[in-house]
Design a protein around this ligand. Structure first.
Ligand code: CTP
Length: 397
């Protein structure tokens, strides 16, 4: 998605400046073209040569030292940029940008650009929470600047709190999201993800291998396309995408309640969760002790959430998933009809690279009219966009 995109990366004088080298690498790896501008104080933390080597482009620092081949440099870089990223951004630079001060190469160029600007702050927690910094951030946000929030944790100065530069992945994600079409703006989408856990006693449960990766990737892709996303998630070990409304549940019944609560207010539901079909009929409040006998756990049927939604369905687009091992398309078609779905995403979990736990998937997508589209092995993030392309078509009908 970033291939051939021109990124101007502004690096300012924070201890996190070294992380900008990683950001440059990540952008270059995605085949973006990167040109770096450093403030004078940034060069005290890391050398321009590092960025020149990583970006394969000259690095601009001094306003008045113009390389022969360039025009008025701050103007040419400002025009060249498809996106402007400032990472790390100090309180000082944020303050200058908010006040309209342009007194060095970076602040002059950013003021002259028409490209979208992404700012990733990094500073001491007290500087970050200082009302003046917060006011400056608000001013920039009101003017359309995008912010990638700093994380909480241990800071270089020894303090703890919010101020640590956001994860590099999140920063690159934010840059990438600017190039994604916002065709789901104004839509509310509910995504379910992960397994459900059906308890036997306080220390045991029945569940499945779902990692939540597909559902989380879908939630993130929908968010990037401008949708308001509700993510109802079973217990998983991955972090949720920022900016989505997350509801954590454990059991199928809890998932059912959570989904029904939102159903009337959403435009589409994507049920990527691997809902346990059965649950132990009896729950023991105390840990069950072993005995010499075999143990029998009676399982009762869980509600079929998607089937219930199919029954209640109004204008909502309903998308189900099917994990199959045999008669794949036949079974999927049956599920689509029985659950009154608009679309079903089918994976043959016997294929390597498909299904649970992995980062990739191989799917066929069947729509209500019987149309089938096959997708080769691809990353779950990329596949999410393909699925959403089809969902958008269904939503506008
Ligand atoms: N699903 C659901 N509630 C359940 C079981 C499944 O909402 N109790 C949803 C899943 O989230 C998925 C779709 O139904 O989107 C298909 O799930 P799957 O388990 O593959 O199908 P089942 O209908 O449970 O049939 P089977 O297990 O026999 O294949």
């Amino acid at each position: 998605m970033l291939k051939g995109k021109k990124v101007v990366l502004g690096v300012t004088g924070s201890i996190a400046a070294y992380k900008a080298a990683e950001i440059t690498r990540a952008l270059v790896k995605e085949r973006a073209l990167v040109k770096v501008i450093m403030t004078a104080s940034a060069t005290r933390f890391i050398t321009p040569l590092t960025f020149q080597t990583l970006s394969n482009n000259p690095v601009a620092v001094d306003m008045f030292e113009e390389p022969v081949a360039w025009e008025i440099e701050h103007i040419s870089l400002a025009k060249w940029a498809d996106v402007f990223l400032i990472a790390p951004a100090t309180a000082n630079v944020i303050g200058k940008m908010a006040a309209g001060i342009a007194d060095d190469m970076l602040t002059t160029t950013v003021m002259a650009t028409r490209a979208p600007v992404v700012v990733a702050p990094a500073m001491n927690v007290n500087m970050y929470t200082n009302p003046i910094t917060q006011h400056n951030i608000d001013v920039l946000k009101q003017n359309g600047y995008h912010f990638v929030q700093p994380e909480s944790g241990e800071l270089a100065c020894g303090d703890r709190g919010q101020g640590r530069l956001a994860d590099i992945k999140d920063i690159v994600d934010c840059v990438r999201s600017l190039f994604i079409k916002k065709d789901l703006a104004g839509k509310r989408i509910l995504v379910t993800a992960g397994p459900t856990r059906e308890p036997i006693d306080p220390v045991r449960y029945i569940s499945n291998y779902s990692s939540g990766k597909m559902g989380y990737a879908l939630a993130k892709a929908a968010r990037d396309r401008g949708a308001e996303v509700v993510l109802v998630s079973g217990p998983v070990s991955i972090s949720p995408p920022s900016g989505v409304m997350l509801e954590r549940i454990n059991t199928a019944e809890e998932m059912m309640r959570s989904v029904l609560k939102h159903f009337d207010n959403v435009d589409a539901v994507i049920m990527a969760a691997a809902v346990a079909d059965y649950r132990p009929m009896e729950y023991s409040e105390v840990k069950i002790k072993k005995s010499d006998e075999d143990m029998v756990v009676h399982l009762g049927k869980n509600p079929d959430i998607l089937k219930e939604l199919g029954f209640r369905k109004g204008k909502q687009v309903l998308i189900g998933f099917a994990a199959e091992t045999n008669d794949v398309m036949l079974n999927a078609g049956k599920k689509l009809r029985e659950k009154n779905l608009d679309m079903i995403v089918v994976n043959d979990v016997t294929q390597p690279g498909a299904g649970f736990e992995v980062d990739t998937n191989i799917v066929n997508v069947m729509t209500r009219d019987g149309d089938v589209k096959s997708f080769p092995l691809m990353d779950k993030g990329e596949l999410s966009h393909m699925i959403l392309d089809l969902a958008v078509d269904l939503m506008v009908r």
